[in-house]
Ligand binder design. Structure first.
Ligand code: ADP
Ligand code: MG
Ligand code: MG
Length: 249
């Protein structure tokens, strides 16, 4: 079964149709990009998949299991991880402390029971490993709020990896990242996919970066997937050019 399968996801808020029958299948081990104009429903779709929003219609399958009714926490335990469009680090904690909190989750502690483990704790070891994976080992004791924006985004990925997800949703990971930090962040995402075997679904407006990374691209427009194909085919698709690429040119 695919890593992720969305079947007819609809979401209405009042009179507004935010998502309008989204079907999407993501193969295990693949990397998929989601593009579309601002307001198309990309973040809302991630909210539905991660359990922050309930769809009006449709269902979500993770590794062949229907997770539509599960809480955010249960989805996380089932292997689903996500990052957010805006930064979510705990600014007052060190980089290490940020990752260490997350590192306790797969070890059976619920989020409400998090404690602060000491230097010899297994969560501390895992936290250092994850920081090393994203190239932040030397900044482990820096206050997260004092990191550059690019390093904050890397820290968010280290936090994500600490929960040992099999499927990750990245919402605009490059947003606001300075040009000098883009290559490093791309490398972190590539390694998360290649070395950790994560299935990656990524919303990203930097098309030059996205198209070089992903196997397939889904184009969301007014809450519907209007194309889902290889990067080359999507870019050459006249409907996509008219709906999205032309509009942004
Ligand atoms: P994208 O991430 O593609 O830019 P969003 O998913 O953030 O788009 O938003 C899609 C549409 O849904 C927008 O028109 C937005 O204003 C609307 N929307 C999102 N969340 C809510 C909400 N909680 N209540 C009302 N409208 C919402
Ligand atoms: Mg937006
Ligand atoms: Mg968004």
């Amino acid at each position: 079964s695919p890593a992720l399968a969305l079947h007819g996801i609809g979401l209405r808020i009042g009179a507004a149709t935010i998502l309008d029958g989204v079907d999407l299948t993501v193969d295990t081990g693949s990397m998929v990009g989601i593009i579309g104009p601002n307001g198309a429903g990309k973040t809302t779709l991630f909210n539905v998949v991660s359990g922050l929003a309930r769809p009006t219609t449709g269902s979500v399958e993770l590794d062949g299991r229907d997770i539509t009714g599960l809480s955010v926490q249960r989805r996380a335990r089932a292997g689903l991880g996500r990052t957010f469009q805006t930064s979510t680090v705990f600014a007052g904690l060190s980089a290490l402390e940020n990752v260490r909190m997350a590192a306790q989750v797969p070890r059976g502690h619920s989020l409400s029971l998090l404690r602060f483990p000491g230097p010899g704790d297994p969560a501390t070891t895992v936290a250092y490993e994850r920081l090393d994976e994203v190239g932040l080992a030397e900044r482990a004791h820096v206050r997260a709020g004092d990191l550059s924006h690019g390093d904050k985004r890397k820290l968010e990925i280290a936090v994500l990896l600490a929960v040992e997800p099999s499927v990750v949703l990245l919402d605009e990971p490059m947003a606001g990242v300075g040009s000098g930090d883009v290559a490093g962040l791309v490398d972190v995402i590539r390694r998360m996919h290649r070395d950790r075997g994560c299935t990656v679904v990524m919303v990203e407006h930097h098309l030059d970066v996205l198209l070089g990374l992903v196997d397939k691209v889904a184009v969301l427009h007014f809450g519907s997937v209007i194309a889902y194909d290889s990067p080359v085919n999507v870019m050459e698709n006249p409907t996509v050019q008219q709906a999205y690429l032309g509009a942004s040119a």
